[in-house]
Design a protein around this ligand. Structure first.
Ligand code: DP6
Length: 358
């Protein structure tokens, strides 16, 4: 598939209607950090789809007479949210060539998250994925012959143009985004479900998200990605991501949790190392992030329970572990880690399967 395969030219034959989709957040195991023009990733990444952290978006559309501009209202939890509008306007402009029918409609986008807005959990992945699913439902209504495969590929393609990691929130439990020599069907343009059988060790894999710092990040992901241009370690890092993706693919098939932990923790620390070694340099971890990491290492050494951490572009810690140690790990988290969380807040999540039409 190439970009031009995603250009639609269906007449806007439907007067009005509405759709509603939920889309989950995802947590990368091999990280996307650095991109080229048009949201093309500098390296392939892989993530677990989450189940409970979701955005639910309703899209209502009504034909209008003026078709020169995008026209939309944006509601967050039912109330107008002007400060979200520029991001959506930019997204619509980016996807205009692929979805020209959108300009024929007035859109009402009503969105909410299942996690607290101020939790520091990025809602751009789930938000852009949920909106893209709705847009594809509209496109499918205009073109009922569309195959299911195309529907999901284009939804992921559109989501990527909104936010790179959003393309991994459309479909599948383990999703790869970015060309990788060993992963058939992988693409820089959209995410694909890892086309292999995942070992039972990863069934219902748990992700407990420790909310260490809910404040606004000092450096946005967009700026961070940009700093990978002219970064002294960029080329080695991009090559390493290819190697780590090969290795984790094997691990996900064989269920080797020891190797899983090594790759996932190394990826998390490498991501933050890239931030600390860019120019300008910056640190998104907080002292409590490091306290938690050290406590996790100590607990793992003492108990041999295969828990590990990963980080996204912030101070929060994702604690990953198999379902069969859930009770023990949750007790450890409550006893030893919640003291490092802002207001003791955390979210229990688990591997999920992707977006759902409601
Ligand atoms: C650290 O997808 O938020 O979470 O494409 O600029 O919207 P944009 O960036 P974004 O970057 C996420 C980076 C990450 C790692 C990852 O999810 O792979």
């Amino acid at each position: 598939m190439s970009e031009k395969d995603f250009i639609a030219n269906h007449p806007a034959t439907i007067e009005n209607g509405n759709f509603q989709w939920s889309a989950p957040s995802n947590i990368a195991l091999v990280k996307y950090w650095g991109k080229k023009a048009n949201q093309i990733p500098a390296n392939p990444s892989i993530s677990f789809t989450l189940n409970n952290c979701k955005t639910i978006t309703k899209l209502a559309f009504a034909k209008k007479t003026e078709t020169g501009n995008f026209s939309f209202d944006l509601l967050f939890e039912g109330k107008p949210k002007e400060d979200f509008k520029p991001k959506i306007q930019k997204f619509l402009e980016r996807i205009e060539v692929y979805c020209p029918y959108l300009k024929q409609y007035h859109l009402t986008i009503d969105t909410e998250n299942t996690f607290p807005h101020s939790s520091g959990i990025a809602s751009s992945a789930s938000g852009m994925a949920a909106l893209s699913m709705n847009i594809m439902s509209l496109e499918k209504a205009l073109n009922p012959e569309m195959s299911e495969e195309y529907f999901y590929q284009k939804a992921s393609f559109l989501a990527r143009l909104g936010s790179g990691s959003a393309c991994r929130s459309v479909k599948g439990s383990v999703v790869v985004w970015g060309n990788h020599a060993e992963i058939e069907g992988s693409s820089d343009l959209f995410g694909v479900a890892l086309p292999t059988k995942i070992h039972d060790n990863f069934s219902n894999y748990q992700d407990t998200i420790l909310l260490v710092d809910k404040g606004e990040k000092q450096v946005s992901s967009t700026v961070g990605h940009d700093l990978m241009h002219n970064h002294p370690f960029a080329e080695q890092r991009f090559a390493q991501a290819h190697e780590n993706l090969s290795a984790i693919k094997t691990v996900l098939e064989t269920g080797n949790l020891e190797d899983f932990i090594k790759i996932v923790e190394s990826e998390a620390l490498t991501l933050h190392t890239m931030m600390m070694t860019s120019m300008p340099y910056f640190i998104l971890m907080k002292p409590n992030t490091l306290e938690i990491i050290n406590r996790i290492w100590k607990f793992r050494n003492e108990t041999n329970i295969p828990i590990c951490f990963t980080l996204d572009a912030g101070a929060n810690v994702h604690v990953l572990y198999p379902e069969n140690v859930r009770a023990t790990v949750l007790q450890f988290i409550k006893d030893e880690l919640l003291g490092y969380c802002q207001n003791g807040q955390y979210i229990c999540d688990v591997i999920g399967t992707g977006s759902i039409q409601l």
